[in-house]
Design a protein around this ligand. Structure first.
Ligand code: WT7
Length: 650
């Protein structure tokens, strides 16, 4: 199975935008002549003023800068909407599928979406949002989330979307970090039939940070308190607003959005993306990776990326790229297992989805429930499947390919990151023979390299090591919001001259790349990134905890689970109640996605004599690989290890 190769079918090779020869030729050109290559690709975007310089970038410490398409001006919302109106005004842009299948969905044509975006842009202006201001968006997966993001882009405001599963504390931290004065939210969200108290969470967050305005969308109609002078009703504001809103002229390097993501140290970082490069990059990758082109009858294939707009996948592959490319797409509010495990496949049948993009964690959870939930649906419309967010194990790949796609749909396993804006290493369905578990080959313009993790030297040929990217690409993040030094230190200081991804990677004899997972202190839980340091600081914030160390552990469904070692204060009795209380505490501090799977009380942690926690040992214990703990003689107190092994949690 692991050695299996799935060649490109003749049909795909013949009909796709990119076949293998084209891939090789275009890739080579993108590396040999980046200026010429990107000058051409940039024509997919409507520029107001053309750029004069394609690329001006340096990863050197003394001359560190990343600038693309300098001199160019554009508006992102105009590229997503206005320019389609003449040809696609009546084409459906968004098919919204609600959480509960018995509730009626909604469709928005390009014309309708354009009108809503303009109207909401005026609502933002009426609430004193100016170009460059940060707008926090804490909304469920409803069309208004996309409308709000595009409305920000239209007036040059910078959105910061916070996933609606994050806690009030996490929300408050993000509002504070980007000094945002306005929050967009809903009364409640709905997921899997359960309400999520979004407005209440915003109110709680606003006890810690103050904002001037909260615009509240009615989603469930729940009775939520209104704070006079601060809260604005979404629908009322829209009704009072005009549809006339000319797009702001933005420079290519003006900020488009901030999205917080976890790193190996400290608080989540505000990853900042800018306008021109992001537009070109996301649009190009969506077109080639999903072979997104008109069908024989001129209509656009129905595309569905099942990610939430709270993550980068939802930014790039739900809101922006598909709209740049004139797509008709499904936007899904729900979850894969509600009302039952056929939901994805029912939605695919209902809307005749041809291209489907999801995370391995969802596939593994569904796989476990048996094939029947899949096979009783038709899925005849499906042509192409995508995977994103974490390594896909060969078993899940096989199931996706054989059961879901009935062996006729290629799988594009796309490796990328919040920082990279869009897909970096990925197959293209008409070009790339597939190997289950491999993200295969680089996207145009991407120069990956594998380094010896210790020495930092470049490893050639079939090898394994630290994955770096040797040169800039248009959709690269430009800074950590408010902390440019942290940007350089996090990504460019460890291996000078390279962008360090944080991932380990193997390259095989066919030059295929296999991502092996994070090699820093970041864990990937259900395709979501979690910094071990963040969970640790949540734990030590509890009054009974003196110290905590968190590592990843293998997890059948989530990919990785969270294993926490906790040392309580002297005199505190470790109990099941306290364990439950601490687990709950982390959920409250960060959100349900940070829930520790295992919490082990540890009277002592393995430390070197200089006081550094030896995470290697903690990882081994969490993985139940205790026969091989390596050299523990350098520990200040080797005895703590025996206790940890003896009391290993599960
Ligand atoms: C990390 C980035 C990609 C957008 C959603 C997640 C892991 C992502 C893959 C893949 C193996 C993958 C990496 C990466 N990852 N895609 N196809 N195969 N690993 O974005 O939250 O910024 O996480 O997700 O470890 O560094 P993110």
């Amino acid at each position: 199975m692991t050695d299996a190769i799935f060649p490109v079918s003749d049909e795909w090779a013949k009909n796709a935008l990119i076949d293998d020869a084209t891939y090789l030729e275009k890739y080579q050109r993108s590396i040999d002549d980046p200026d010429g290559f990107w000058r051409e690709e940039a024509q997919r975007i409507d520029w107001i003023e053309p750029f004069h310089t394609v690329k001006d970038t340096s990863y050197d410490k003394d001359d560190f800068h990343i600038t693309w398409f300098e001199g160019g001006t554009l508006n992102i919302a105009a590229n997503a909407l206005d320019r389609h109106l003449a040809k696609r005004g009546d084409q459906i842009a968004i098919i919204w599928e609600p959480d509960d299948p018995s509730e009626e969905g909604r469709t928005l044509t390009y014309r309708e979406l354009h009108a809503e975006v303009c109207r909401f842009a005026n609502v933002l202006k009426a609430n004193r949002v100016n170009k460059g201001d940060r707008v926090t968006i804490y909304l469920p997966m409803v069309p208004e989330a996309a409308i709000a993001m595009l409305a920000c882009a239209r007036i040059g405001a910078v959105h910061s979307v916070v996933f609606a599963g994050f806690s009030p504390d996490a929300l408050a931290g993000r509002i504070e970090d980007c000094q945002s004065n306005i929050v967009l939210t809903a009364d409640e969200g709905l997921r899997g039939g359960k309400p999520i108290p979004l407005k209440a969470n915003v109110d709680a967050a606003c006890e810690k940070v103050s904002v001037d305005t909260v615009i509240v969308l009615k989603r469930t109609g729940a009775d939520v308190p209104v704070i006079a002078g601060r809260d604005v009703d979404w629908a009322e504001a829209m009704a009072a607003s005009s549809e006339d809103c000319p797009p702001e002229v933005m420079d290519a390097e003006d900020p488009l959005f901030i999205l917080y993501t976890s790193g190996s140290t400290g608080k989540p970082k505000g990853v900042l993306h800018t306008t021109g490069g992001y537009a070109v990059w996301t649009s190009m990758t969506q077109e080639y990776v999903f072979d997104y082109q008109p069908k024989a009858d001129g209509s656009m294939p129905v595309y569905w990326c099942a990610a939430d707009v709270g993550w980068v996948t939802g930014h790039s592959y739900v809101v922006y790229a598909p709209l740049f490319n004139g797509a008709t797409q499904v936007m899904f509010e729900g979850v894969p297992n509600y009302p039952d495990h056929s939901r994805f496949w029912n939605v695919i049948d209902k809307h005749q989805v041809e291209i489907f993009y999801a995370a391995p964690t969802a596939l593994r959870a569904l796989m476990r429930e048996g094939d029947e939930y899949v096979t009783k649906t038709s899925r005849k419309s499906l042509r192409l499947l995508g995977s994103v967010g974490e390594p896909i194990n060969p078993e899940a790949w096989d199931w996706y390919h054989r059961v879901v796609g009935e062996r006729r749909c290629p799988i594009v396993d796309t490796w990328w990151q919040t920082e990279t804006g869009a897909a970096m290493i990925t197959p293209m369905p008409g070009a790339t023979a597939l190997k289950p578990g491999s993200a295969t080959r680089p996207m145009f313009g991407v120069k990956p390299a594998i380094l010896d993790p210790e020495k930092g030297t470049v490893l050639e040929g079939a090898t394994q090591g630290a994955l770096v990217i040797t040169d800039s690409w248009p959709g690269q993040m430009r800074t950590v919001y408010g902390d440019h030094e942290r940007f350089f230190d996090t990504y460019f200081s460890q291996y000078p001259g390279y962008y360090f991804t944080g991932d380990g990677c193997r390259r095989d004899e066919d030059n295929y790349y296999w991502i092996t997972g994070r090699i820093d202190d970041v864990i990937n839980v259900s395709g979501h990134r979690m910094g071990t340091a963040e969970v640790e600081s949540a734990l030590v914030a509890h009054e009974l905890v003196s110290e905590a160390a968190v590592v990843g552990m293998p997890h059948d469904i989530k990919g990785q689970g969270i294993y926490a070692y906790v040392t309580t204060n002297a005199g505190v009795e470790d109990s099941e109640e306290l364990r439950a209380e601490l687990v709950k505490w982390v959920r409250k501090e960060i959100g349900p996605i940070a829930t520790p799977d295992v919490l082990q009380f540890a009277p002592g942690l393995p430390k070197t004599r200089s006081g550094k926690i030896m995470r290697r040992i903690l990882r081994k214990i969490a993985e139940n690989d205790t026969s091989n703990l390596g050299d523990i003689s350098t520990l200040a107190d080797p005895g703590v290890v025996d206790d940890l092994v003896a009391n290993r949690g599960s």
